[in-house]
Ligand binder design. Structure first.
Ligand code: GDP
Length: 701
């Protein structure tokens, strides 16, 4: 079996950041210094390679998760001179696209979190950080923009500790801040790196620490070594007996690596992507401290046949198991399915099983994506990230595996689509393009859903936020040439039962030929939150055969999806089937499905319906002087303030606010606070709307 680079030398990593922290600039510099691109494009001129979509440049947001490959060898210390493969997975910064973030977090092994040195931790970085915590992703922190006026390294590090509770390990100090910023100082090796502007920072000198910084460097280095000795039991005694000087630089770096992999430490580095300072040292740290696939525990899954928990080792000769994490329609290559191979070896032309759908698939060609080209490969061993061409049935989150030992990996959680938008086209040609475009976009993006409004015939887009749907519309216009009129974004309401009821429904059609006959008696009641339908068969003595009971349940589900009032889906109900009757000739599945459906509709009408609305967890960060305005902005929108924390001249308000009152919120908050407060929104749950408000809220539906 051929493997062009040992597994230990692979790093699958993502770069995560708040919008504008400099992720795109940094990614581009990485591709430049690793030799993947030969010229620097400026982000705002729209030539950066990782962002494929024009709109991303327009809004300055990275939406698409591209994966790209580069190589790097550290210049000093651990792994010095050893070439490593970096597989860079782009993670989007905007919270509306948490599904994108989640899916990248599933497939990467480590991450670089980028912060703006003038702001430190910002609300969105917090959300993404917590997601990375949830997936146990080892991280490095890069304090970017050290050249900016107002850049403050110490304060940024402090915000990592206070806001994120990150176990930071400071490995560098900036060599100058703001306009004085010249480079970075490596504490471990006691080197000052100063970068040459003319070569775009490609050339740099590693000088001695300047005398005026020597004391500060020694103090910080001492602290770093002490911490390493605490984290690494093999160093503790020696440190206590013989002090920091007895610990070698190699031992320090190995201790940092172990602690980072164990999530006990977050190494902190700094620099300026824009001014080309410190990026090479960050790449060294990626190789030194972030995990290779060989460092991971075997991937966990379930046996697709028995449901039993199983593990798959990350070995090339183990049975194949891979996760599809992204579908992209590439202008040149067509439909690409991005896969992370966890175990075994994926080969071009191979027959595999999609265990999530129980379908056979044939892998066509395999390509490794680089910044500016696609490299065709014949096989992808464990730990690889590749794109497959030719898969037909595979969707985001599906597991592909060896037909002889099918395994199911945990799928990707998709956030609730809580916002809907009605779209109308003028003519048939446009509606055809709309349908094609939406079918493709839905494939790429599992958090996008499409429905038809039965009354108006309009197409309804459902997504996770206003901005999400705005971007979908924009892509429909630019990529699929759809001319369409869109309504206002609206809340995706749901309903549940207000009380309970018992109904007997008799469905009987006897008109000569074969008839239909079914009688069902159902009892309905409101259910627990997030349970959907809890259906139980409580009939006695087989009055309704088993297969027909299933038909009744299917009919009820269909009625719930169609909704009782104005097409709003019904959720969280308990239904008991308590009695019924059949006819020896005329009873069949269809008859029972219809009876189930009608019985539920009637029972729901008798029980009464109540409206449910999505409530969002909102986090507002505001300078002290705008605290009053910010609190009012939440309270005036039916919000509840849950808590408040102070943070060096700023306050963080945690609140819960119904989505219906939040359209346009972020812009409004900005204008109330001279642009100084910001907010993030995340779906929390559906909650009952107070009856007195129903009419008002639904008035413009
Ligand atoms: P992204 O939204 O995280 O991808 O951020 P971008 O890379 O698009 O950068 C946002 C803005 O910050 C752009 O105007 C960049 O030129 C600027 N920027 C990025 N890195 C730096 C930096 O190191 N220093 C300064 N001063 N500006 C930077």
């Amino acid at each position: 079996m051929s493997r062009d680079i040992p597994l230990e030398r692979v790093r699958n990593l993502g770069i995560m950041a708040h919008i504008d922290a400099g992720k795109t600039t940094l990614s581009e510099r990485i591709l430049y210094y690793t030799g993947r691109i030969h010229q620097m494009g400026e982000v705002h001129h729209g030539t950066t390679r990782l962002d494929h979509h024009p709109l991303e440049q327009k809004k300055g947001i990275t939406i698409m998760s591209a994966a790209t490959t580069a190589h790097w060898a550290p210049t000093r210390g651990l792994y010095e001179g050893q070439n490593h493969r970096l597989q860079l997975i782009d993670t989007p910064g905007h919270v509306d696209f948490t599904v994108e973030v989640e899916r990248s977090l599933r497939v990467l092994d480590g991450a670089v979190a980028v912060f703006d040195a003038a702001h430190g931790v910002e609300p969105q970085s917090e959300t993404v950080w917590r997601q990375a915590d949830r997936y146990g992703v080892p991280r490095l922190a890069f304090i970017n923009k050290m050249d900016k006026v107002g850049a403050d390294f110490e304060r940024s590090v402090e915000s990592l500790v206070t806001r994120l509770h990150a176990p930071v390990l400071v490995l560098q100090l900036p060599y100058g801040e703001g306009v004085e910023h010249r480079g970075v100082i490596d504490l471990i090796h006691r080197r000052a790196y100063v970068f040459d502007e003319r070569s775009h920072g490609r050339k740099y000198v590693a000088a001695e620490v300047p005398s005026e910084l020597r004391d500060a460097v020694e103090m910080r280095r001492e602290r770093l070594v002490e911490r390493c000795a605490e984290l690494d039991p093999t160093l503790t005694d020696r440190y206590l007996e013989s002090g920091a000087s007895s610990i070698t630089t190699d031992e320090i770096e190995r201790a940092i690596r172990r602690a980072t992999l164990a999530l006990q430490a977050v190494p902190v580095l700094c620099g300026s992507a824009f001014k080309n300072k410190g990026v090479q040292m960050l790449l060294d740290a990626v190789v030194k401290y972030l995990p290779s696939p060989a460092d991971l525990r075997p991937v966990q899954g379930t046996d697709a046949r028995t449901g039993a928990a199983i593990e798959r080792p990350g070995r090339d000769d183990a049975p194949l198991c891979a996760l599809a994490f992204k579908l992209v329609n590439d202008r040149n290559a067509g439909a690409l399915t991005f896969l992370r191979v966890y175990s075994g070896t994926l080969r071009a032309g191979m027959a595999v099983v999609n265990a999530s759908r129980d379908r056979r698939e044939r892998v066509g060609r395999l390509v490794r994506m680089h910044a500016d080209e696609q490299e065709e490969v014949t096989e992808a061993p464990a730990g690889s990230i590749v794109a497959a061409i030719g898969l037909r049935e595979t969707r985001t989150g599906d597991t592909l595996c060896d037909p002889r030992s099918p395994v199911l990996l945990q799928s990707i959680t998709v956030p609730e689509p809580v916002v809907t938008l009605a779209v109308e086209t003028r003519d048939a040609a446009n509606s055809e393009r709309l349908a094609t475009g939406l079918a493709r976009l839905c494939l790429e993006d599992p958090s996008l859903a499409v429905a038809t409004d039965e009354e108006t015939g309009q197409t309804l887009l459902k997504g996770v936020g206003e901005l999400h749907l705005e971007i979908v519309l924009d892509r429909l216009r630019t990529e699929y040439k759809v001319e369409a009129r869109a309504g206002r974004p609206r809340v995706a309401w749901r309903e549940t039962l207000g009380g309970s009821a018992t109904v007997t429904w008799r469905h009987s059609v006897q008109s000569g030929g074969p008839g239909q006959f079914a009688v069902v008696v159902v009892e309905v009641a409101p259910g627990e939150r997030d349970t959907g339908l809890v259906f139980s068969d409580e009939t006695r003595g087989g009055v309704i055969p088993r297969e027909f009971v299933q038909s009744v349940e299917r009919g009820i589900r269909a009625a719930m999806e169609r909704g009782i009032r104005n097409g709003r889906p019904v959720v969280d109900v308990r239904v008991k089937l308590i009695d019924g009757a059949t006819h020896p000739v005329d009873s069949n599945a269809v008859a029972f499905e219809i009876a189930g459906s009608r019985a539920f509709q009637e029972a729901a009408r008798q029980a009464g319906m109540v409206l449910l609305e999505p409530v969002m967890a909102v986090e507002v960060t505001t300078p002290d002087e705008f605290l009053g305005e910010s609190l009012a902005s939440v309270q005036s929108r039916r919000g509840h303030v849950r808590g408040m924390t102070a943070q060096r001249g700023a306050q963080v308000i945690e609140a819960e606010v119904p989505l219906a009152s939040l359209f346009g919120y972020v812009g409004d908050l900005r204008s109330r606070t001279q642009g100084r407060a910001g907010a993030t929104l995340r779906f929390a749950r559906y909650e009952r709307v107070p009856a007195r408000l129903e009419g008002e809220l639904l008035a413009d539906e």
